[in-house]
Design a protein around this ligand. Structure first.
Ligand SMILES: [Zn+2]
Length: 509
């Protein structure tokens, strides 16, 4: 509670402490009208943080930490790299105005490119983001920005302003809306942890950059790294949109450019503002070699433990199955589901769900999965020797009416593999056959096939005189976009040749 007052000083425009204590009996009324306005030591602003104290921040972070791990593939278990990131983070945290938080920096085991923070000092950075950065200073820029969201208490402020309730930006639901799916059929689970990472305002972003530049420069890093890395993140988003078949410039909702809406111009502005206050700037460390040394050998792409994408195929060596997406679909793996999209707006989603007491695939489809939907032409089929059922329904997607084909395949232990195929209603005929073929491609795989699925790793190698980009990029998993991806990974502009002394990130496996 703010009344314990670790959250700063009472603002001049507020009641004094004694008045507050005297008015404790009507605290709820107070919360309803004024809340707790306190001057934040990092931002210097009187901020509205509801009745949430720093202690509450920490409790909220602790409670949501396991949910974040679960939603993003767990922590990446590499002690050397994890220790390196934690040390950089703790060093930056020493320069913040709040030493009370139990700062903790976690690498998430996912290829998604993102970073975020929970209230209370819990900071997350993904493996995918680490792969993109090229220096310790760039990493420090990201961590500083996240630290600033913590110290400026943006999470608490947002909660105080009760925006969480309006957000409705829960990760799963957003993903499905983007695919044009009505969410009732998908029965999306919503979690507070997901809400916690979404949707900072531009003002919060600007403040996080201004404070982030301050923390970076206090730790001796070159603050230009914040701008240079934002450039890399933007380039990456462009290539990623192409890979995923999204319209140019559209940012996927899992991406850092969506959770932290920033522009190079505004970050530069924040830099100028922060430097004017600190009367320094320009110089500082980059520590490129140290960073690349730590990155060498890191897992790249999907962790086989979570299933991998190989061309049109998704293979899950641990759960022992595979299937094919229709030609032209771009697949994407996440802990909860596999999504694939086609540029025409057609999409497929694969996941697994408990049977909830349904003993047959048809019963599951009718009474559990599609319980609230008018299902047509329900038929029993067999897929890879397993009992299955399929049917279709019409629904309303983001861009008009959609045709949905649902396929449930019964696993042995009270669970179902589920395929949902969606297309704009007027394209239903075009996709009927490819969708059917994709569903029927599901099959279980044996030990040997599972053992053949190897992880890819990022290696750091010196450039050689005979290196050419097409050759080096060939091991990336992005097909026709390999070369663009390679350039983003290695800070090379389009058509820019490899520098003579450059250390290159290449993908092995
Ligand atoms: Zn941010």
């Amino acid at each position: 509670m703010c009344l314990d007052l670790p959250c700063g000083h009472i603002g001049h425009n507020q009641l004094n402490r004694r008045q507050l204590l005297a008015g404790l009996a009507s605290a709820s009324a107070l919360a309803g009208t004024a809340g707790c306005v306190a001057t934040n030591a990092a931002s210097g602003r009187d901020s509205f943080t509801g009745l949430q104290s720093i202690k509450d921040d920490i409790a909220e972070g602790r409670a949501n930490h396991p949910k974040i791990l679960k939603s993003f593939g767990g922590a990446y278990e590499d002690r050397r790299l994890a220790g390196y990131v934690q040390n950089i983070g703790l060093n930056l945290a020493k320069g913040t105005e709040y030493q009370q938080y139990p700062y903790r920096f976690t690498i998430l085991n996912t290829q998604i490119v993102n970073a975020f923070a929970l209230p209370g000092g819990f900071v997350y950075i993904t493996r995918g983001l680490l792969a993109l950065a090229s220096s310790e200073a760039e990493l420090a820029g990201v961590l500083s920005h996240e630290l600033a969201h913590v110290t400026a208490r943006h999470g608490a402020e947002r909660r105080g302003a009760q925006q969480i309730a309006q957000l409705g930006l829960l990760l799963g639901a957003v993903g499905l809306q983007a695919a044009g799916l009505p969410s009732d059929l998908m029965q999306i689970g919503q979690t507070a942890a997901m809400a916690a990472i979404k949707g900072y305002s531009r003002e919060h972003e600007f403040e996080a950059d201004t404070l982030g530049v301050r923390y970076m420069s206090r730790a001796g890093y070159n603050v230009d790294a914040m701008v240079s890395f934002l450039g890399s993140l933007r380039e990456h988003s462009m290539v990623e949109a192409q890979v995923l078949g999204l319209p140019r410039g559209k940012v996927d909702e899992f991406n850092i450019m969506s959770t932290h809406p920033r522009t190079v111009e505004r970050v530069k502005q924040a830099q100028i503002q922060a430097q004017a206050a600190a009367s320094g700037g320009g110089s500082g460390r980059w520590r490129r070699d140290e960073y690349l040394n730590h990155l060498d050998g890191m897992l790249f792409g999907d962790d086989p433990k979570q299933g991998v994408i190989r061309g049109q195929k998704f293979i899950h060596p641990d759960l022992r199955f595979e299937f094919q997406a229709p030609a032209g679909f771009h697949l994407r793996n996440s802990p909860a589901r596999v999504e694939a999209r086609h540029i025409s707006g057609a999409a497929m989603i694969f996941d697994m769900a408990p049977s909830k007491g349904a003993s047959t695939a048809a019963a599951y489809l009718r009474h559990v999965w599609a319980a609230k939907t008018q299902l047509h032409d329900l038929e029993n089929i067999v897929v890879d020797g397993l009992q299955a059922a399929t049917g279709w329904a019409e629904g309303r997607g983001q861009n008009g009416p959609v045709h949905m084909r649902a396929l449930a395949i019964r696993q042995d232990r009270g669970r179902f593999y589920r395929f949902m195929y969606v297309s704009p209603l007027n394209q239903a005929g075009r996709w009927a056959r490819p969708f059917r073929q994709s569903g029927l491609s599901f099959r279980r795989i044996g030990e040997r096939a599972a053992a053949n699925v190897r992880a890819q790793r990022l290696l750091v190698v010196p450039a050689r005189p005979d290196d050419n980009i097409a050759g080096l990029a060939r091991t990336l998993p992005y097909g026709q976009y390999n070369e663009s991806w390679f350039r983003v990974l290695n800070d090379l502009a389009p058509k820019q040749p490899i520098r003579k002394d450059q250390r290159l990130k290449v993908i092995a496996g």
